[in-house]
Write a protein that binds this ligand. Structure first.
Ligand SMILES: O=C(O)[C@H](CS(=O)(=O)O)OP(=O)(O)O
Ligand SMILES: [Mg+2]
Length: 230
């Protein structure tokens, strides 16, 4: 396996056989919690307008995400894992629009296998990929979607070492790096009431769930699907 880490949501990398896009704070932690709460699929869209258009054609869809971190008027959900964890989402279809994670993912659709994760499902995702693609000589890109956030970069290094069977970074170290990343700062600022510390606390918690999040790249509109881990 040849594994390379890249940073940012804009495409600077060559095509890989397998791509893992990371968004710890907060998009793919939200996605992980949404599936845990029963969501059946998550469509990924670039713009707010696209999300509203999908809702118009499919009134039952639920819109989630942010623009510059802020909630979008008319969306059912913001980009908060803490909030989505309180919802019952059995069988629901979500349409997600976010600044970093979703955009970076939409820039990787030429990958044969495309996975997304936050830290909450990072170990499961890495272990799954190791098993599923063990016997193949694969080129793997890990994309830390925030252009400068150590939250995603720390998680990328963590996943890489699991794939390579090297033990250098502990989960505690990743947690500390996420908490100290500049991206996390506004969530601990009591004056910044739009951002809650509970979100970051969701983002640093590793959860033992039995699925990974894989993007269906051949769907007309790309969507994250839940893939059961045996
Ligand atoms: O809402 C988020 O957490 C971010 C945007 S920002 O970094 O807070 O401005 O979006 P995401 O795509 O989840 O990184
Ligand atoms: Mg992020």
């Amino acid at each position: 396996m040849k594994i390379q880490i890249y940073q940012g949501r804009n495409r600077i990398w060559e095509k890989a056989d397998i791509t893992i896009v990371i968004d710890v704070i907060r998009a793919f932690t939200v996605a992980h919690y949404a599936f845990m709460r029963g969501a059946s699929r998550i469509f990924l869209v670039e713009t707010v307008e696209q999300a509203f258009k999908m809702k118009k054609n499919n009134p039952g869809y639920l819109l989630a995400g942010e623009v510059n971190g802020n909630p979008v008027e008319g969306f059912e959900f913001d980009n908060s894992p803490f909030h989505i964890a309180q919802k019952q989402l059995t069988g629901e279809t979500i349409v997600q629009r976010t600044t970093n994670g979703v955009r970076a993912t939409l820039n990787c659709l030429d990958s044969d296998h495309l996975y997304v994760t936050g830290f909450s499902n990072a170990r499961n995702t890495a272990e799954f990929i190791k098993k599923a693609h063990m016997e193949e000589e694969r080129k793997i890109n890990i994309v830390a979607s925030h252009p400068s956030g150590d939250d995603d970069y720390a998680c990328a290094e963590y996943i890489k070492q699991i794939l390579e069977d090297t033990k250098q970074i502990s989960p505690q170290e990743v947690e500390t790096r996420i908490l100290h990343s500049h991206v996390a700062k506004k969530f601990f600022d009591a004056k910044n009431t739009g951002f809650i510390r509970e979100d970051v606390m969701c983002c640093v918690k590793e959860l033992d769930t039995d699925f990974v999040m894989k993007v269906n790249v051949i769907s007309e509109i790309p969507m994250i699907e839940r893939v059961q881990v045996c």
